[in-house]
Design a protein around this ligand. Structure first.
Ligand code: ASP
Length: 497
């Protein structure tokens, strides 16, 4: 057990005045108010070997979690790395205010975690009665010790609080006073606590790494000393936002990451100046992540015209990640990935932090008016066609151009063929390989064309894809970019014991 402080272990600053402000105290001070607690811990489930004197470590001094800094995550990770070998599970006692950040930070710091690391705290201090502290503590220890004979089976960072067992990087603090202070708004709970009974939903857990092939390690580079000046900021889009303020924020020195808090499914005002500012920041290497202000649901850039271009401007989708996790994952992506992979990997689940993966495939622009244009692209090897849920094809800033010397049809159109690099004007547009056809008007403004092509993607292979744009005689096309967004289910990895 690692004690960091938080309400659970706080006492009134003035022992004579119970109404004086709560301050963090050593764990032993709270235990002194709970003579039966140690015995209760010992009496937990059969075979839990836990001794307060032997098995508790503390960060020094204990803190209110409002004071947590990245340095504390590094300290915690070091402590856990040093001790985890000798234990079946770890409990981290932590204040509720920043517990979701710490849970996400540990989830991303730890590579190939094979044992449970359970964070808990309480709304009321241990010394008070009634308090949720005692139950939360006992439940956290039980979950951390939850194992089939000799095998710890929860290879995750969890938050155990009230009657919930949550994946740490999907949890968020939802109440400053309720017993169930945390919820996982977009992912299912990993278990539940009923009076006298703890149920873990094994089928929802992540796959347990094989320590022989996938050894445990810690990504300390995420919060390395030399990177401490790097800044990740959140920018809230609001109807009264001044573009000048946005420009000033994006011009901050050492800015490496931005969480763009957008509307609904990831929408931003359709303002070319705003888009230009974002593009400039992204081009300069800033990792911008689109996270919705909505509590539930997933970002879907491209569903509305007002957001369809954001991804073209280098903005990564935050999918259905919490704010806390999106922020931590930016540090992870910057420390562990280079170039375009940073954005690619932001959109793919690394620790079970999102419900789906998004594989974005960009095919480049069509600058010279083309009658037939072939483009190929590669995508992340983790994409498996069988897991595809939705595929969206987008031609950004597209328009038709008349072809000189040929009679122009009344309505211009373009056909898109999948994995048929030899498709030509002679190819049959009703063939299965033709996954989309756009019909437009002459002399229309350039705009983004979006089409759901899920049904046509049975022919998609692994790793590489070709698109061929074919215009009929008399028609040519130009566009700013061709993009394929592949949304894939994350297939539950059933635990192999
Ligand atoms: N301020 C306290 C903390 O986060 C609140 C709590 O623990 O509930 O440390």
């Amino acid at each position: 057990m690692v004690y960091t402080g938080g309400t659970i272990g706080m006492l009134p600053r003035d022992p004579e005045n119970p109404a004086s402000p709560l301050v963090p105290r050593p764990f032993a001070d709270s235990l002194a108010f709970n003579p039966g607690l140690e015995a209760a811990i010992r009496g937990l489930g059969s075979g839990i070997d836990f001794d307060v004197d032997r098995d508790v470590r503390s960060i020094d001094p204990p803190i209110d979690s409002a004071a947590v800094r990245p340095e504390h995550w590094v300290e915690l990770a070091r402590l856990i790395e040093r001790e985890i070998e000798g234990y079946d599970g770890v409990v981290v006692i932590h204040g509720t205010d920043t517990m979701a950040y710490t849970a996400s930070a540990l989830a991303f710091l730890f590579e190939n975690l094979a044992k449970p690391v359970v964070l808990t705290g309480s709304q009321m201090p241990l010394f008070r009665t009634p308090s949720d502290a005692r139950n939360n503590l006992l439940n956290a220890i039980e979950v951390a010790a939850h194992s089939s004979p000799g095998v710890p089976i929860i290879p995750e960072v969890l938050i155990v609080f009230g009657d919930r067992i949550l994946r740490g990087c999907q949890a968020t603090k939802v109440s400053s006073s309720a017993r169930n202070a945390f919820a996982s708004l977009n992912g299912p709970d990993l278990g539940e606590i009923e009076p006298g009974r703890i149920r873990v939903f094994h089928g929802r857990l992540r796959h347990r790494p094989d320590p022989a092939r996938e050894p445990f390690s810690v990504r300390y580079e995420m919060f390395a000393q030399e990177n401490r000046r790097a800044r990740v900021i959140g920018i809230e889009l609001t109807p009264d936002l001044h573009l000048g303020d946005l420009a000033a924020l994006l011009a901050l020195p050492d800015l490496v990451g931005v969480i763009l808090h957008t509307y609904g499914v990831g929408n931003a005002p359709p303002d070319p100046e705003l888009y230009a500012l974002l593009r400039r920041a992204a081009d300069a290497g800033c990792l911008i992540v689109n996270v919705s202000q909505c509590l539930h649901g997933q970002v879907q850039m491209g569903r509305y015209a007002s957001s369809s271009e954001l991804s073209e401007y280098g903005v990564a989708s935050g999918m259905d990640m919490t704010d806390e996790t999106a922020r931590i994952k930016i540090y992870w992506a910057l420390a562990t990935q280079v170039g375009d992979a940073r954005r690619t990997q932001m959109q793919i689940s690394q620790r079970g932090e999102q419900t789906e993966d998004l594989f974005d495939v960009a095919f480049g622009p069509v600058l010279d008016p083309a009658d037939v244009h072939v483009a190929g692209a590669r995508f992340d090897a983790r994409f498996e066609p069988a897991n595809l849920r939705q595929a969206v094809l987008r031609l950004g800033g597209a328009r038709f151009v008349r072809e000189a010397g040929t009679a122009a049809p009344a309505e211009p159109c373009v056909h898109v063929f999948l994995n048929d690099p030899r498709a030509s004007r002679e190819s049959d547009p009703s063939a299965a390989r033709c996954i989309a056809t756009w019909t437009g008007a002459w002399d229309a403004e350039a705009e983004s064309w979006v089409e759901d092509v899920t049904d046509g993607l049975g022919l998609l292979g692994e790793g590489e894809v070709y698109l061929t744009l074919v215009c009929p005689p008399g028609v040519r096309i130009v566009c700013r970019g061709v993009f394929l967004a592949l949304f894939a289910r994350i297939v539950r990895q059933i635990l192999v014991r």
